[in-house]
Design a protein around this ligand. Structure first.
Ligand code: NAD
Ligand code: TDX
Length: 344
């Protein structure tokens, strides 16, 4: 099906706004309505420069039934990115996570059901819990080790990942019980420009730019599977257009790195000594390793990532934060003060 009008929830956040730019640049026939509450993580500036006749921003809550009904009745598809997205925040106060990730998703699903609208749900690999570190596997990391697939049982660890898992289950139930036309994607850790400075990579880059030493949780052995956000956007579009109804696709680009290696690489790329960082209090319940097997998406839908050189992607990201201090500077002090309260 060709989509003419889509709603992108959370389209003023990091990944959602990247997707809106992707759609405007690659699909001239599509008109986008962004539904975003503009929480601390949403920013109008992320949509700057987009043509007004192609993109409309509606500031509102995805859990607002009347507003959602009004918008959904006039759309071809919903691409649902809006979420409370930060694990550390969910440990301090889970309540907005339950509201947005669960009640918000439920509200959107009910409207999609009423108007029979195609629904793509953007989720995370964290719903599967974590994998053992390779060094703890027999053979001490020789070979691939286990990775997540769409058959991996759900086993979320934090209030964030459990509310994302709950939202995935709602979507699956609405597909089976009500025949809603849905697809789900579970992506690994994204990086790139416009990511909020509470997150690992931009926090360390903006620390160095502010004369603060980077902060590594625990020993820094935890592994994340990094993907450039541009590749996440092309994958979501591919699934929206070609995905089989009711299916789940895992999105990843074989980018596993441990956190210590990433901090050291950022320091090196920014001309600092490799050991100029602090070990700080670990995250409670900290997931050890995420790793995605994206074979299904690659072979069944023909998607391939383009931005797979992590070093080059990090260099571009560092350049963006260096040149766009006005985008993050005002928030830096408050973000660091908040982390300091938990010894991080
Ligand atoms: P983000 O926190 O940068 O952006 C979230 C956006 O949602 C913000 O613009 C915010 O204003 C909006 N929002 C929050 N609550 C809302 C509500 N009640 N109503 C309307 N809008 C609301 O998050 P992100 O990193 O861009 O993540 C986007 C999506 O991708 C999330 O669903 C997240 O779970 C998923 N995801 C993220 C990653 C990652 O590495 N960041 C990886 C896999 C999946
Ligand atoms: O200062 C830090 N130091 C540090 O060592 C921060 C903020 C994080 N970390 C560690 C914790 C994680 O092992 O770095 C890793 C990445 O941390 P985050 O950026 O907070 O990401 P993570 O918890 O892995 O979750 C991310 O990926 C999956 C996104 O925030 C989620 O929205 C997504 O679902």
């Amino acid at each position: 099906m060709k989509f003419k009008k889509i709603i992108v929830t959370g389209g003023a956040g990091f990944i959602g706004s990247n997707f809106v730019h992707y759609v405007v640049n690659n699909h001239p026939e599509v008109h986008v309505t962004v539904l975003d509450k503009l929480t601390y993580a949403g920013n109008r500036a992320n949509l700057a420069g987009l043509p007004e006749n192609r993109v409309k921003l509606v500031v509102g809550d995805i859990a607002d039934t009347l507003l959602v009904d009004e918008l959904v009745k006039d759309t071809d598809a919903i691409v649902h990115y809006a979420a409370e997205s930060h694990n550390d925040n969910s440990l301090n106060d889970p309540s907005p996570f339950v509201h947005t990730n669960l009640i918000g998703t439920f509200t959107l699903l009910e409207a999609a059901r009423k108007y029979k609208v195609r629904f793509h749900h953007v989720s995370t690999d964290e719903v599967y819990g974590d994998l053992p570190l390779r060094e703890d596997l027999p053979g001490h990391g020789e070979g691939e080790g286990e990775k997540f697939t769409d058959k991996t049982p759900y086993n979320p660890s934090s209030p964030y990942s459990s509310t994302k898992a709950g939202s995935d289950l709602l979507v699956r139930a609405w597909a089976r019980s009500f025949g809603l036309q849905v697809t789900i994607s579970n992506c690994s850790n994204n990086y790139g420009p416009y990511q909020h400075i509470e997150k690992f990579i931009p926090r360390q880059i903006t620390n160095i730019l502010s004369g603060i030493r980077p902060k590594l949780y625990g020993a820094g052995k935890n592994v994340r599977d990094w993907i450039h956000t541009n590749d996440h956007s092309s994958a979501v579009w591919t699934i929206l257009e070609k995905g089989k109804m009711g299916e789940t696709y895992l999105i990843g680009a074989d980018g596993e790195e441990d956190n210590k290696t990433v901090v050291e690489l950022i320091l090196e790329l920014m001309g600092q000594p490799k050991d100029a960082y602090d070990h700080v209090t670990d995250r409670p319940g900290h997931d050890l390793r995420y790793a995605i097997d994206a074979t299904k998406l690659r072979t069944e839908l023909g998607w391939t990532p383009e931005f797979t050189n992590f070093r080059a992607g990090l260099m571009d990201t560092i350049k963006w934060y260096t040149e766009n201090e006005n985008w993050w500077k005002a928030e830096k002090e408050a973000v660091e003060a908040n982390y300091a309260k938990s010894g991080q």
